[in-house]
Design a protein around this ligand. Sequence first.
Ligand SMILES: Cc1cc2nc3c(=O)[nH]c(=O)nc-3n(C[C@H](O)[C@H](O)[C@H](O)COP(=O)(O)OP(=O)(O)OC[C@H]3O[C@@H](n4cnc5c(N)ncnc54)[C@H](O)[C@@H]3O)c2cc1C
Length: 431
Amino acid sequence: MLAALARATGGRLRSSAAALGTRTFHLTGSTAAAEAAEAQCAATQADADFDLTEDQRQFKQVAATFAREELAPFSAEWDAKHHFPVETIKRAADLGFGGLYVGEDMGGAGLTRLDAAIVFESLSWGCVPTAAFLSIHNMVASVVDRYGTARQRSMYLPALTSAEHLASYCLTEPGSGSDAVALKMTAKREAGGGGYVLNGAKAFISGGGVSDVYLVMARTGQAGPKGISAFLVEKGTPGLSFGKPELKLGWNAQPTTAVVFDDVRVGDDSRVGQEGEGFKIAMQALDGGRINIGACSIGGAQFCLDSAREYTRSRQAFGSPVSHFQATQFRIADMATTVQASRLMVRHAAAALDARSPTATIECAMAKRFATDSCYNVTNEALQLLGGYGYLQEYPIERYMRDLRVHSILEGTNEVMRIIINRELDRLDPK
Ligand SMILES: Cc1cc2nc3c(=O)[nH]c(=O)nc-3n(C[C@H](O)[C@H](O)[C@H](O)COP(=O)(O)OP(=O)(O)OC[C@H]3O[C@@H](n4cnc5c(N)ncnc54)[C@H](O)[C@@H]3O)c2cc1C
């Protein structure tokens, strides 16, 4: 993995650094990308206390370089044009980011959840929606790796880890989001033969219409979680269609659509896991997804913190830089503390998931709840520190704020996180 990262970094990233010179990087309007990079490096010093291994420091460095050179310079344009940067995602996969915790036998990087959280945090510093889509793609790849048959693994994983094919996760339906167990989509056994017929619709699917592979939860049996199974459905299967891209507040650099199933026929070998295991698979995948979305919030908040510090040093008011006012210093201190607290929670939850700790689910829910809400608040504080300029699209803060807002809603709303936390408290301590 490290060798692959090093090879890739030595080659392509150098050439993209040259391309960077031709783009304007709107950090403070007058600040160049090089200064932003410096700010990012300085900001990473706060990580020292989590005892990253040498390997983890290297993953982080590679991801940060990619974010700085291949994501940040273009992310404003992708947001404005609603462009899904598929080619950039493929280049991220060249570095191992398409299958972070997929086994190396299938072209994955074989990393831990903690390693992945570090990578997603660094990537999202450059572009939150692109990092977040990679996190969803990785979530599906990890389901195939963990629950797939040998045939499914060899059929899907090489193309997913290289991002030659992209993957989407389809749980939410128009009538069921938080109450996912109430999903209505059906997968009925073909009369007199093998295979299933899928009917129904999924809503809000990230990557919808562009992704090549869809992990779909559908009802094969009774009401409740044990009646749900998981299927892999390929784009182009007759009866599969997509709604128009939703117009959204943020996450504009990736499409969100409905996915419609009208008598979609799939073989038995499209089912992932046993019949009735789909809900368990979907929820286990979300534990990891929640860590990643928390990590994406941290990267976005770190960017806003770095930008606000930079801006307030150069902006003058009442005869001195805004950074000299104690109110500014206190606000920045609180923002930095919040980002660091979020980072520690997310990484601790990731380590618990790696260790298959009985506290992993509660830790993932707590970390997601805390990091997504708190880091969104950090982007709002950063916007305030830039005054009127923070509100302008010429500066990146309002975009990061728009992008982070949805993290409190998806992968389970933060109200649902509180439900999980309470349920797990009772399970872990039933007295
Ligand atoms: C941009 C975007 C991308 C998305 N990508 C995907 C994707 O790729 N795949 C996918 O499957 N889904 C995706 N989603 C869907 C997302 O996971 C759901 O929107 C989310 O789970 C909430 O469901 P809902 O929108 O139906 O809200 P509802 O479930 O209708 O909730 C409405 C409100 O009620 C609250 N609420 C509900 N139940 C309770 C309760 N018991 N106690 C207290 N409060 C409660 C909720 O927290 C929320 O505030 C995406 C959503 C967005 C916006």
